[in-house]
Design a protein around this ligand. Structure first.
Ligand SMILES: [Fe+2]
Length: 269
């Protein structure tokens, strides 16, 4: 039988939550819908510590046959001295270690320029990144945005090695290449950073800082038609159709102080 639903969450930020619960299972159980689907999609930002992320995924595996994960910017963070030493000041080492941990859990797939076919539905994705392309559509220069990014975004301090302007562009181009490689055949696209800022509240739309939460995905969206595109990064829920027919969904969980009170959402295909 063809897959008819999947479940969606992002931005769990486990390091802000797990200490508040007796066990990781208590936390996970609070997130579950009444009738969980077979597949859970997590659109990035599990948390700052691989060990916590592994416990989280193993707890979800009590419920879900298949878990599809893409990485967010916080999954690249090395936010204390011991983490930086352990991963040799290289966020790439942390991601590779997390991939190795997840490969050891049956039914878990990392979407990193890859796709997976489950009961007739192809899911594909990668983390994606903000490359200042959305800021350019607002008329900001790249050099100005880079200066703002360095001052305002934790990414510039907690992702190692610190990204130069050129590194950022290179990183984005790699992500875009990965996404293009799986785009056509994927019915459900999963990225951490979203391709379209249409759902952003008007009051934030002209801020240069807001431009670090999206990329300009207009070219991809023009080819997305009947796809479903799941994303996170902005802790702001959305579910709407782009003019070209693509359905864009954000179901971020977020930080305790935000009180979003999100649960895992069931998406009907
Ligand atoms: Fe994020």
């Amino acid at each position: 039988m063809a897959l008819s639903t999947f479940d969606l969450i992002s931005d769990l930020h486990a390091d802000f939550w797990l200490d508040r619960y007796p066990t990781v299972d208590h936390f996970v159980d609070e997130l579950l819908p009444e009738e969980p689907s077979k597949v859970l999609v997590i659109a990035g930002d599990l948390g700052h510590l691989n060990s916590q992320n592994e416990r989280l995924i193993k707890s979800f595996k009590r419920i879900y046959d298949q878990i599809l994960v893409t990485f967010g910017n916080h999954d690249l963070y090395l936010d204390d001295y011991s983490e930086r030493c352990y991963f040799d000041n290289n966020s790439g080492n942390r991601i590779n270690a997390m991939k190795t941990l997840f490969r050891g859990i049956e039914g878990v797939t990392v979407l990193d320029g890859s796709c997976v076919l489950i009961d007739g539905v192809t899911f594909g994705g990668t983390g994606m990144w903000h490359d200042f392309s959305y800021g350019a559509t607002l008329g900001f220069s790249e050099s100005y945005l880079y200066d703002v990014w360095q001052v305002c975004m934790n990414d510039s301090n907690l992702i190692f090695p610190t990204k130069s302007r050129q590194d950022l562009k290179g990183f984005f181009e790699e992500e875009l290449t990965k996404l293009e490689a799986i785009f056509e055949q994927s019915q459900v696209i999963v990225t951490h950073v979203g391709p379209d800022a249409a759902s952003m509240p008007q009051m934030y739309k002209s801020s240069p800082v807001s431009t670090f939460f999206y990329f300009d995905g207009s070219n991809l969206l023009s080819r997305a038609h009947n796809k479903i595109w799941c994303y996170g990064h902005t802790h702001s829920h959305a579910d709407y159709h782009h003019s070209n027919g693509c359905r864009l969904i954000n179901n971020a969980f977020g930080y305790p102080r935000e009180r979003l009170q999100a649960k895992i959402r069931t998406i009907h295909l």
